[in-house]
Design a protein around this ligand. Sequence first.
Ligand SMILES: [Mg+2]
Length: 451
Amino acid sequence: MIRLPDHVREPEGRASLTATSDLEAVAKERGIKYFLISYVDLFGALRAKLVPASAIRDMQKAGAGFAGFATWLDMSPADPDLFAVPDASSLIQLPWKPEVGWLAADLVMDGEEVAQGPRTVLKRQLAAAAALGYEMKSGVECEYFLISPDGKTLSDASDTADKPCYDQSALMRRYDVIKEICDSMLTLGWGAYQNDHEDANGQFEMNWNYDNALVTADRHVFFKYMVKSIAEAHGMRATFMPKPFINLTGSGCHVHVSLWKKGKNAFSDPKGQLGVSTLGYNFIGGLIHNADALCALTNPTVNSYKRINAPRTISGATWAPNTVTYTGNNRTHMIRIPDVGRFEFRLGDGAANPYLLQAGILAAGLDGMANARDPGRRLDINMYTEGHKVKGAKKLPLNLLDALRALEKSRVLKDSLGDAFVSGYLKLKTEEWNAYSRHLTQWERDTTLDI
Ligand SMILES: [Mg+2]
């Protein structure tokens, strides 16, 4: 659940930074010795250079140099230097090591912003919305598991309840880790407000306030890094993998979305059904229209499709959607309208690239607005038990290849997100699918050896 907040951008008493704030001066003022100039590649992997504060002045202007081909970007070893140019407004001092300042960066090559850079893809969508006078605000709910360092078992052998959601004892056995992460978010001024044990054994969720979609995406990137780092320091491993254990509920990344114009929530309309405006329903219509192609971004791994379309888990429900439908305050659909003026998009999972997740949602939503797309009838049924009775609702892709093929066919997403990004993404992700297909599984041997 995302609370509607009065958020604080910077910790109290500290001036907000802008994209061009002088980082050398900020380093002196805040005791920063090193900067991590960081970017996320197409697969969501976090890449960085560690730069001493004495070298930040030049690096802030020109960017830190990388060989793009060495990361998951559609580049060649013959390409020139890829520069990651930091956005000073994104600065986060590592709460557990404040002498290090983390910076989100935008990718530049030959003096041009790289069109397939995930942060750039999102910034371009936000600019398209801004051209219409809108700002997207969003909040994310990042579920994760705490597991053993070798990845094989849960970190807590006592966490075995059939219905472990909100289990107080299991939550408190992990108090030291959860508290350190939550304290960190409080220090950073994110407005953290609740932490719980989720529906799978070993699974947790921590919530902080919503904000501008780019701020949320940067924080989402940092949150994953922070959770993994703090868990590691406590002798555990944190994973955001969508379905790490086949019999347990998977890790989703639900996104709460609203669009704002001149300081007012444009999705809010007291006269609209469930308090949502026609504009909001058109945005939802865009998500419903483009859902299959969108899955390539919101559910980007082979493993993602073991979370959606999944059979019942031990706890009784997967809490993941299986069909392209929307509803009111009911968690069995792809889109839930829990409150006036916003909706929750429940499709995305823990593997989603934080920038592409937001960019995809906005691109689909803007398409819905531009074409006044009708989301169809709201369904107030339990999709897990009555879903088979629904006629005409689209099904979600059954695997990554289905989703990639849908993206390949999507004129809407290609036009809005750009051919350069979509073609590069499809190329690398298709290679990933092919690598998976060449892998012989034990299940195949078990079921086919004696045929
Ligand atoms: Mg949850």
